[in-house]
Ligand binder design. Structure first.
Ligand SMILES: [Ca+2]
Ligand SMILES: [Ca+2]
Ligand SMILES: [Ca+2]
Ligand SMILES: [Ca+2]
Length: 433
């Protein structure tokens, strides 16, 4: 913001100096370009309508933007492909489930600035523009979070339990086969196994994965540059002006998504077939997934405006297609709280860490729309307010790209095509636009 302000002051001073200097020195081509720009001369109310004109020469537009950026796609925090199994917290066996989702994030205000510089000579010109919306982290804390993790190696130990204390493995899935202890063939059943049967692994339980707190973090950042050739059509018969813009556009959209698990549950010892009441399985787990989207697109746009007295109403629409070079980086550290605390009671999993990278090039497209209402203060200086909206497709957004799997977390590369909607308002000023 400070740098932008400094740039604008410099441009403003240059314009002012050039216009003043032209009175004293022989005008050069460069000074002639500023001839029409007299930013501080008074607004001349007598000339409007009788002599409609579209400004030529240099122009500068500054806009401060406040935009809501749509939160990342809603995804379950946890694995959704694995069939849930029974977990046992020492009280009663229950089917595990996921109860956290990235839907907890909301669209957030992002402030930013856009500076546009252009030059019109007759019906042709050019324009360059840059904008940046500043990122800031939003944090959501969820409590009593249950999570399912893909566990292809069965690192989270499975075991039979006898929670009802009848001396037989409990028949958790209700098929009258009691774990390792055989089948009950009585009709009606008396729930005492009386015939040998294959071991029923459906009756095993695992450690429940429950976090006292699961902290979800998200940070979005967006900036871009564009350069356009500008073609101005002859004045429309109802008094407005239309310009066509053709050029290139670059967007950088960066989204960070992270989770931290916190659990105060402590290990307690217990009999071999009864799990400790609650243990901090996977507590102090941290996963950070950072998606960087670099979009290079062609662009075509139209800008229509009409001036009435001191007011200028402008509609501006731009769209483009191109490619998005995606780079997703992930770091994770799982169950660090369990490291060095293993008592041998639960020997299977003591944590892991690492990082992953995923790269892809995807087709992308965007639509960018804006309306502004400007009020002319002097002959060349106006203030403006307006609204703006942006849609970008083909983006990697990490909230639905995490593969919650043991012992190694992964990136779901197939989920790399999502979109961003941003909308908000702006205010600013312009010279000679
Ligand atoms: Ca039992
Ligand atoms: Ca059973
Ligand atoms: Ca029986
Ligand atoms: Ca079974």
């Amino acid at each position: 913001m400070k740098r932008l302000t400094a740039c604008l002051l410099t441009v403003g001073l240059a314009v002012a100096c050039a216009t003043r200097a032209s009175a004293e020195w022989e005008p050069t081509d460069f000074q002639l370009m500023f001839d029409d720009a007299r930013p501080f001369s008074l607004y001349d109310a007598s000339s409007f309508d009788r002599k409609p004109y579209a400004p030529e020469g240099f122009y500068v537009v500054y806009e401060h933007k406040v935009m809501l950026l749509q939160a990342g796609p809603v995804a379950v925090v946890g694995d959704t492909n694995r069939v849930p199994r029974f977990v046992f917290d020492g009280i009663e066996p229950t089917l595990e489930y996921n109860n956290a989702s990235t839907g907890a994030f909301e669209a957030k205000d992002h402030k930013g600035d856009q500076v546009t510089v252009g030059y019109m000579d007759g019906n042709c010109g050019w324009e360059i523009s840059g904008f940046k919306l500043h990122g800031h982290e939003s944090v959501v804390e969820l409590s009593d979070v249950h999570m399912i993790w893909a566990d292809p190696l069965q690192l989270l130990q499975l075991r039979f339990i006898d929670a009802d204390g009848d001396g037989f493995d409990d028949d958790l899935d209700g098929d009258l086969i009691f774990g390792r202890d055989g089948r009950d063939t009585d009709v009606p059943p008396n729930f005492i196994p009386d015939q040998a049967a294959p071991v029923d692994f459906d009756d095993t339980v695992a450690d429940p994965i429950i976090f006292d707190i699961l902290r979800l973090r998200s940070e979005l950042g967006l900036w871009g540059l564009e350069t356009n050739r500008v073609y101005r059509f002859d004045r429309l018969h109802y008094g407005g002006w239309l310009e066509c813009l053709i050029g290139f556009r670059y967007f950088n959209f960066n989204e960070k998504f992270g989770i931290d698990s916190i659990s105060e549950r402590e290990s307690t010892s217990g009999a071999d077939d009864v799990l400790p009441v609650t243990r901090a399985i996977l507590s102090e787990t941290r996963i950070d997934t950072d998606a960087d989207n670099n979009l290079f697109t062609g662009q075509i746009g139209f800008r229509w405006w009409k001036k009435v007295h001191r007011f200028t109403c402008t509609l501006d629409g731009r769209a483009g297609v191109g490619f998005n070079w995606q780079a997703i980086h992930q770091t994770y550290s799982l169950a660090s709280d369990q490291l060095g605390r293993n008592t041998g009671l639960i020997p299977t999993y003591t944590g892991s860490g690492g990082n992953n990278d995923f790269h892809s090039t995807e087709l992308t497209g965007f639509v960018d729309a804006k309306y502004t209402l400007a009020y002319q203060l002097t002959s060349n200086f106006s203030v403006r307010v307006g609204g703006t909206a942006l849609y970008i497709d083909g983006l990697a957004r990490p909230t639905n790209m995490v593969n919650y799997s043991l012992p190694n977390v992964g990136i779901l590369g197939d989920s790399n095509r999502d979109h961003l909607i941003a909308w908000g308002y702006l205010f600013g000023f312009d010279f000679n636009r």
